[in-house]
Design a protein around this ligand. Structure first.
Ligand code: AMP
Ligand code: ZN
Length: 725
């Protein structure tokens, strides 16, 4: 067996003690004896085999360091094939072919070619010479040459096996900083495969920007002086994450020049145990190790890291462009379009200011009183069968986009939500899904509708009924059906119904500026939307009579509740561009890329994407009025303008900041405001929604309506309609 791996074994000049030699000689003769005596003189142990079979048997058992095969008499055995077999066994025993002392003894002349012998695997030729000193010299040369080299290789093999098993990440470079080796721990910690790194200069591997800029220079100057460096270093994983590590870099000086051996690992366990005699430093050490191994990084950090890495190998103009990208990414408002400071259009400015900010300036007074209504007509039973015929008639085409909600509003004395709700919820089997009696649904719809303010010109229950109608219409589109499950449909219908409940007819900015109770309750953040969602669940659950969720299984209720809340909050306009952009990036773009081979199911039905579809669906339903037939579109524009005017009136009355000065009833151009609203919020969103759900009729109406407003604006008209001829 090979000698133990003492470090000295690798140092030149030290003999490996007790070599074991196998002599394969068919007959005992002077040559055979010469080698036997030489072994004795050199203190090597020696076995003699007379046949190839005996030789292989013996070699298998003892695995000699050196085999000398008699090659003088081909009539006894074939020395070359025996050599090959010995090497084969050697290979199986060692797992890899290394240098191995196989010598043959030949009577040839010195000048004959050694090539056939080399091909058989012999690594030395000994020309017949029975002189004991000649044999002894040969053995010594073999020992210092092939056998020592073989020991070194075995030692290396053992060391590499240890490196491969080590839990610490280890990287070895040559003196030119070209990576020679990384171990599996390195691969798994850093996320690279060996093949991606070996042969690369370490400067080509992305660095973390978290290290102090002068750290690499410090390390290099230390290594150049032949000194070891140890310290905390941020390494960059392949996925862009930075990991903090305790790193030791050791220059290796010796044969082959200077080498750098860089060890990376979360912590050096051996030094921990040797130092931690009192136990406390050991605990500190292991909690430090845990802290170091934690990599809590936000996705945006990963993106920034990836770009940083790409910058290092990019030409100057690209790197500079990426600098600008990084600047943008480091800001928080990624999805909000930035209006130029000298934005020309005051309508867009006011809409953006009014809808997309929470108006952080808060003034005192004008407290908003939160007082949920209790419907006085709850006692009046109402069922699908009870719907008066003239009301039922106005709902006959409720599954068409051109359905006229205002006819229904008039016919049912401004309670369209309850009637339309009953019809649409029954069409979608909502009661069956919720295991809820129709009477409960009826009470619920009445309870919700009662909490819409009929005094608001826009945000009343007709708007909720309109959004419910659009939601139901979108839910019937093929792509939407492919994407959503029944629980999503039910959530969408309920969310649409409740999404503006108890809307005070004022914007979030107004409520924040006025320091209203709601703004204080919700910290000026998504004030109205939070209130709509919270109140909807209060109304629903405070009275069993109208609790449509009462018979649901707990987990299913939680899922449904979560989906409803998410959709109601998605109607908040400060997040408009975030929702639209996420939809485009995660759904429109991947779908367009996959259009050819048609395997779109995964994109449509992934849980994350279903959330994006539902958000987009309710957002589009909520502000679909510019896509309604012209007459309906004009009516909605009139109503929202009136509500904004009323707000401006009140702001002026109460000396509050005027959030949207263009919505002043004395000066406002309604066509201009609609053009801006469509340009800024509607066009892109409906392009994306149409690309997904296929809505050519809506796009046609949008186009017509836009042209209508443009026509009025070109005639410098400010009104909803042209004056009569
Ligand atoms: P919601 O309050 O949930 O109805 O959110 C929709 C937002 O879009 C509201 O703040 C409305 O004031 C606004 N909006 C809807 N339709 C129009 C329109 N035609 N013109 C201007 N703003 C609108
Ligand atoms: Zn709404």
């Amino acid at each position: 067996a090979p000698s133990p791996l003492a470090p000295g074994l690798l140092a030149p000049g030290l003999l490996a003690p007790g070599l074991l030699v196998l002599l394969v000689f068919a007959k005992e003769d002077s040559q055979n004896n010469g080698f036997c005596w030489a072994c004795e003189k050199a203190n090597f142990r020696c076995n003699v085999a007379r046949t190839p079979e005996a030789a292989l048997e013996c070699f298998k058992e003892k695995h000699h360091d050196l085999v000398i095969i008699d090659h003088r008499h081909s009539r006894y055995f074939d020395a070359e094939s025996l050599c090959r077999e010995v090497l084969l066994i050697h290979f199986y025993l060692n797992g890899f072919v290394d240098l191995f002392g196989v010598c043959c003894c030949r009577p040839d002349r010195e000048e004959a070619s050694v090539m056939p012998l080399i091909k058989s695997g012999f690594n030395r030729r000994y020309v017949e010479n029975a002189n004991m000193m000649a044999c002894y010299n040969e053995l010594l040369q073999l020992e210092r040459g092939e056998v020592l080299a073989q020991f070194k290789l075995r030692a290396c093999n053992a060391i590499f096996t240890a490196l491969e098993q080590s839990q610490e990440a280890i990287e070895i470079t040559n003196e030119d900083q070209v990576i020679q080796y990384v171990n599996p721990a390195y691969e798994s910690i850093m996320g690279y495969q060996q093949g991606e790194l070996i042969g690369k200069e370490i400067t080509e591997v992305p660095k973390s920007e978290k290290n102090k800029p002068d750290l690499l220079e410090t390390i290099n100057s230390c290594i150049r002086k032949g000194k070891e460096w140890q310290g905390i270093y941020y390494a960059k994983k392949k996925n862009g994450d930075s990991v903090q590590q305790n790193v030791k870099i050791t220059p290796v000086i010796g044969q082959g020049g200077k080498h750098k051996d860089r060890r990376k690992g979360s912590l050096d366990v051996r030094s921990t145990t040797s130092r931690g005699s009192d136990g406390s430093s050991q605990r500190r050490h292991s909690s430090m190790a845990r802290i170091h191994s934690m990599t809590i990084e936000a996705p945006i950090t990963k993106v920034i890291n990836i770009i940083n890495a790409a910058q290092e190998s990019s030409p100057m103009p690209v790197a500079e462009a990426l600098d600008r990208v990084l600047e943008i990414l480091r800001t928080t408002e990624l999805y909000s379009p930035q209006l130029g400071t000298k934005e020309e259009d005051p309508h867009t400015n006011d809409l953006v200011g009014g809808l997309m900010t929470d108006g952080l300036r808060r003034l005192s007074g004008n407290e908003y009183i939160f007082a949920p209504h209790l419907p006085s007509h709850l006692a009046m039973p109402l069922s699908l069968n009870d719907i008066p015929p003239h009301v039922a008639q106005t709902m006959e085409n409720e599954d068409s986009w051109d359905f006229d909600i205002f006819n229904l509003e008039t016919a049912c004395l401004k309670r369209p939500l309850t009637y339309l709700g009953l019809k649409i919820f029954s069409r979608f089997g909502v009661c069956e899904f919720l295991s809820c009696p129709e009477a409960t649904l009826r009470s619920w719809l009445q309870g919700i509708e009662a909490n819409y303010h009929s005094t608001n010109s826009y945000h009343n229950s007709s708007h909720a009924a309109d959004v419910l109608h659009a939601t139901a219409y979108f839910l019937c589109k093929e792509r939407v059906k492919q994407s959503l499950e029944q629980i999503d449909e039910v959530a969408a219908l309920i969310a649409a119904t409740v999404h503006d409940v108890d809307h005070p007819g004022r914007t979030n900015s107004f409520l924040c500026n006025a320091g209203s109770e709601l703004a204080i309750l919700y910290n000026d953040t998504a004030v109205l939307e939070s209130h709509h969602a919270a109140l909807a669940f209060q109304i629903t659950t405070r009275d069993d009579k109208c609790n449509i969720f009462r018979n649901m299984e707990r987990n299913e209720y939680r899922t449904l509740r979560q989906a409803i809340i998410d959709m109601v909050l998605a109607t908040e306009m400060t997040k408009h561009f975030e929702h639209v952009n996420k939809f485009v990036n995660s759904i429109n773009k991947p779908l367009a890329a996959l259009e050819e081979n048609g395997s779109v199911k995964g994109i449509l039905t992934s849980p994350d994407n279903r959330i994006l579809v539902k958000r987009m669906l309710i957002k589009c339903a909520d502000i679909s009025n510019p896509c309604r037939p012209l007459e309906l579109c004009i009516e909605w524009a009139g109503r929202i303008s009136e509500e904004y005017f009323a707000q401006t009136d009140e702001e002026k009355r109460q000396s509050l900041p005027v959030v949207m000065p263009v919505f002043d009833r004395n000066t406002c151009s309604i066509p201009k405001s609609q053009i801006s609203f469509i340009d800024y919020f509607i066009t892109d969103m409906f392009d994306a929604w149409d690309a997904f759900a296929d809505l050519p009729n809506l796009m046609q109406h949008l186009d017509n309506n836009f042209k209508y407003w443009k026509g009025l604006d070109e005639r410098k008209l400010h009104s909803l309609r042209p004056p009569p001829e």
